[in-house]
Write a new protein. Structure first.
Length: 109
């Protein structure tokens, strides 16, 4: 199959977009897991009546329940914001990749 230089460049751009999209999807998955863990921690801390501990490095230290809860809520908000941003990037990249894919397919046929 013989394709012109412009089509080859579009194919390379498409491959780059798909690699970027894969990277974004991996980031999204990592943030979603972290958000789930944070939400679970918030749920558990709200049930706790006694002492609260948090991990610092490889040790657990006793902490103020209110402070830990505040920190977890801030982390939850930040993760949700990052996920929203990643979703937007994913949508933009997917749309551009689909447009490019259609252009390439038209040229190849």
């Amino acid at each position: 199959m013989d394709v012109d230089k412009e089509t080859q460049e579009k194919i390379q751009e498409l491959q780059g977009l798909e690699q970027n999209l894969q990277g974004i999807l991996m980031q999204k998955q990592a943030f979603q897991m972290e958000l789930t863990e944070t939400e679970n921690a918030l749920g558990e801390i709200s049930k706790t009546e006694g002492d609260v501990f948090k991990m610092v490095g490889q040790i657990m230290i006793k902490s103020d329940k209110t402070k830990v809860e505040e920190d977890l809520k801030k982390k939850q908000e930040l993760l949700a914001l990052r996920l929203k941003s990643i979703d937007s990037q994913e949508t933009d990249l997917s749309k551009r990749a689909e447009e490019l894919r259609e252009e390439v397919m038209k040229k190849i046929k």
